[in-house]
Design a protein around this ligand. Sequence first.
Ligand SMILES: Nc1ncnc2c1ncn2[C@@H]1O[C@H](COP(=O)(O)OP(=O)(O)O)[C@@H](O)[C@H]1O
Ligand SMILES: [Mg+2]
Length: 300
Amino acid sequence: MRIVILSKGAKNYSTRRLKEEALKRGHTVRVVNYAKCFVTLENGNTQVHYKGKEVRGVDAVIPRIATNLTRYGSSIVRQFETQNVFTATTSISIVRSRDKLRSIQLLAKAGVGIPKTVFARETADFKGVLEQVGGVPVIIKVVRGTHGNGVVLAETPKAALAVMQAFYVEGVNFLVQEFIKESAGVDIRAFVVDGKVVASMIRQSLDDDFRSNLHQGGEGISVELTPKERRTAERASKAMGLSICGVDMMRSNRGPLVLEVNASPGFSVEQVTGSNVAEEVIKYVEHAAVTRRDKDKVGA
Ligand SMILES: Nc1ncnc2c1ncn2[C@@H]1O[C@H](COP(=O)(O)OP(=O)(O)O)[C@@H](O)[C@H]1O
Ligand SMILES: [Mg+2]
């Protein structure tokens, strides 16, 4: 197959691994920096251009869209979709996953365990909001944050109010969430391919940070999931319409709770677990492209 990896970082670990495994399996691979692509549109004729030429004859696209370029990146993915090119992750599912509120709404609807969450704008009924999530400490998160940036732990009602007001004044949408104390600083990343968990790790904050993101200095350790955790991750993948994704969960007293579902999960889980995730992704692309399993069924 002729595979295009849409990635800004040809040298980053995930992109390199995907390319390597695709080549090993006999495919032609090109890494295209979507940030430097442009699209031309006219009646009945659309083209994606990169490095002075049209990108043509593509059988499958594997998007690796950065969160800060979600709009532009997903538009390039959509362009390939309109040209009937198979995409491992659909543009709509990328856009959906980058909105924490929208994601939580879909997960809740599908009956996937999530921390109790309130979406509020003004802080008029500030007390009511805090009560709903069990009082302080509470987590307040920006709807479009990533890598742990924009996630705040407010330990007193005063602090919570100040944070909400700051976000409100800046016009930033936020969620207020129950703080899962029992596993603070630890979460699980389950890497899902073709709707099945293929690798999983625990991420642990190395200092007193309640956030376990590797970007915040967290450390990964290989872990075997319980059947319930596995099922939860797989249901989250389905609810979000993401056959390939990274599901972040916390081990709470009432079972696994999903925090978020990442549409372009990093492959560093390979280095932690020793599993070949990139190969699984390429295998998925091989058969899904033939059976055209890229139709979105989420409907929201
Ligand atoms: N409700 C919560 N209770 C306890 N810790 C949380 C909660 N929500 C997030 N965290 C911690 O903060 C980290 C970042 O939160 P997350 O929702 O995944 O945002 P991001 O998209 O920035 O990674 C999580 O990995 C987890 O360690
Ligand atoms: Mg996260």
